[in-house]
Design a protein around this ligand. Structure first.
Ligand code: FMN
Length: 155
């Protein structure tokens, strides 16, 4: 089973998490592709690309609970080009800062999750929230969560 990690990020923390997953989870999924969301739209979820694949949205939060700039086009296309995504299985890693932004903690990932669910996509497991203010290393914590998530998600 292929794992496609789609990265929404401004200052690379989410990318570091994705790269850690690529290294730490290679025995559980193959290949593991890491792709920044820049230039993507809803077609990234087309049925032929989702065959034998599971998606992981790894995404931070900016503004007042917005998705990062490089994720805007994909996020907006989930509205503008809305279509049924019942064939899509996905997980979410939502990065944020609960101390600095308590009201909108992890909203970038949560917004994607809501929209994907509206379109019929199937989330596997709970959202993994990585908090930059809790003193843990997001890449280590994300990779550890992903190992357990993959074991539950894979056939
Ligand atoms: C200008 C700015 C706005 C932010 N807004 C939010 C927010 O609304 N909610 C939240 O949970 N985190 C917010 N954050 C925190 C980031 O999402 C967090 O630091 C994250 O780890 C950054 O990941 P990245 O380096 O992959 O972009 C904000 C950070 C900055 C610098």
């Amino acid at each position: 089973m292929k794992l496609k990690i789609l990265v929404g990020s401004m200052t690379h923390t989410a990318d570091h998490v994705a790269q850690a997953i690529q290294m730490e989870c290679a025995d559980l999924a193959s290949p593991i592709e890491v792709q920044w969301m820049d230039g993507l739209d809803i077609h990234v979820f087309d049925a032929e690309k989702a065959t034998d694949a599971i998606f992981l949205m790894c995404i931070s939060t900016y503004g007042a609970g917005d998705v990062p700039d490089n994720a805007q086009m994909l996020y907006q296309s989930l509205d503008a080009q809305a279509r049924y995504l019942g064939h899509v299985r996905y997980g979410v890693i939502a990065l944020g800062d609960s101390m600095g932004h308590a009201e909108t903690f992890g909203f970038g990932g949560k917004r994607f999750d809501e929209r994907l669910q509206d379109l019929g996509a199937q989330r596997i497991g709970d959202i993994c929230c990585l908090d930059s203010s809790d003193g843990t290393l997001p890449d280590a914590k994300g990779a550890q969560w992903c190992r357990a998530w993959l074991k539950a998600a894979l056939p």
